[in-house]
Design a binder for this molecule. Structure first.
Ligand code: AMP
Length: 395
């Protein structure tokens, strides 16, 4: 796996695909700088080598040139974070860009305009990719958030750099973290899968059964499994058309020697509201008119034991409706167990979809070993898919 450490960038121009798709407020201020900060180590290394940097990114989902999606809005913040005055050019291909790139001196950083102002970007257009490729001597992909897309700047452009393409530090870290769980993780390996629906996690579950020793299933998915086994789940979220699939997963797990842990008790509520009445009930005997919205105390004891005995932990999805304080305890507890296990030496990876929101909300970011920066890209990795952006560098 080639990273930027395999190259000396002295007097070279690095063409870096970053993910600066950051949230902006109504006055176009950047409200979350995480993604810019995440790309900083890669940019700094190249500048310190004596190279210059051409940054490419998308921002939002524009339809053609739309001022509100211009990357000019992030230039000031990027300059502040990177500690150099970042230059900006109002296009991402064409003469203006050629001139700006030609003018770029070692130690300087230039951001191109939003790639998605051109439909060719998401179409993975080859001619557009070739035009982009002229703006650097070495292509660096440091955008995990778009690594699952075969777009021009994330994948196709790499073919114009057969000998001079590599991963930035951020993307390399993501790949290593996934590998630690899915390929080279120390046993016992435990995956904790939560979230709302079996249907959205099924491919992950099936892929992960070949990798893990324990699978903890929580959240809304629980009730499809419980009902399939003959339990009564009241008004809990349940996908009746996935009951057979749930039974099949349990069978597959048994055949593969994977232990599955489902909740045994739940916090049931008489309404999907934070001030609903609640009671603890067995998971398979939820009364009519009540719905399971969080893991119960006995369940958390079981989850705790499994998590503390694990050496490798993957967490995707909340085990309850964490957005409402009344039903956040299970998710917070799981975070605390992972924190404790990590302190004892386990490797813990959190990521995929909205998992990161829960982790940030409760301040677990610094307590787990790694929080993935890519929602969709992480989900596809966990599903066992080869990400085109990564494959293009390895090719
Ligand atoms: P996902 O996007 O599939 O990872 O699901 C995340 C969502 O699942 C969160 O918004 C949670 O509120 C929701 N969720 C977790 N547990 C339950 C539950 N028992 N009933 C309904 N929704 C749930």
């Amino acid at each position: 796996m080639k990273t930027i450490d395999d190259f000396n960038f002295e007097n070279k121009k690095a063409l870096i695909r970053v993910d600066f798709n950051v949230p902006l407020d109504a006055e176009f201020n950047v409200t979350d700088t995480t993604r810019i900060e995440a790309a900083k180590p890669t940019i700094v290394k190249i500048l310190e080598d004596g190279g210059s940097v051409v940054l490419m990114s998308h921002l939002g989902r524009p339809k053609g040139f739309q001022d509100e999606f211009s990357l000019k809005h992030i230039v000031a913040k990027a300059s502040e974070i990177l500690g150099v005055e970042v230059k900006f050019v109002e296009d991402c291909i064409g003469e203006k860009v050629e001139a700006a790139v030609a003018d770029l001196k070692p130690g300087e950083v230039l951001i191109l305009e939003n790639l998605r102002f051109y439909g060719e970007e998401t179409k993975g257009d080859e001619a557009f990719s070739e035009k982009l490729s002229k703006f650097g001597d070495i292509y660096v992909n440091d955008a995990f958030g778009t690594a699952h897309r075969a777009h021009a700047s994330t994948t196709i452009v790499a073919k114009f750099f057969p000998e001079a393409k590599c991963f930035g530090y951020l993307l390399a870290k993501e790949i290593e973290a996934i590998d630690k769980v899915m390929a080279s993780g120390e046993k016992p390996i435990t995956a904790i899968l939560g979230g709302s629906k079996v249907s959205s996690k099924i491919t992950i579950i099936e892929n992960i059964l070949d990798k893990v020793d324990n699978l903890i299933i929580g959240g809304g998915m629980t009730y499809t499994f419980v009902k399939a086994q003959g339990g009564t789940v009241g008004n809990s979220i349940c996908e009746d058309d996935k009951k057979e699939l749930a039974l099949d997963i349990l069978k597959q797990a048994e055949a593969k020697g994977v232990k599955i842990y489902l909740p045994v008790d739940v916090i049931a509520a008489d309404d999907f509201k934070k001030d609903a009445n609640t009671q603890v009930t067995p998971v398979n005997a939820i009364p009519d008119g009540w719905e399971g919205l969080d893991a119960g105390p006995e369940t958390l004891e079981i989850f705790k034991k499994v998590i503390l005995e694990s050496k490798t932990i993957l967490w995707n999805g909340p085990v309850g409706v964490f957005e409402m304080e009344t039903f956040a305890k299970g998710t917070i507890s799981v975070g605390n167990f992972i924190d404790e296990s990590t302190k004892n030496g386990a490797f813990s990876l959190v990521g995929g979809g909205d998992s990161v929101a829960a982790v940030k909300q409760f301040g677990f970011e610094d307590k787990v070993s790694y929080v993935s920066t890519g929602g969709g890209a992480m989900l596809e990795s966990l599903e066992g898919k080869k990400l085109p952006g990564i494959a293009a560098i390895l090719a």
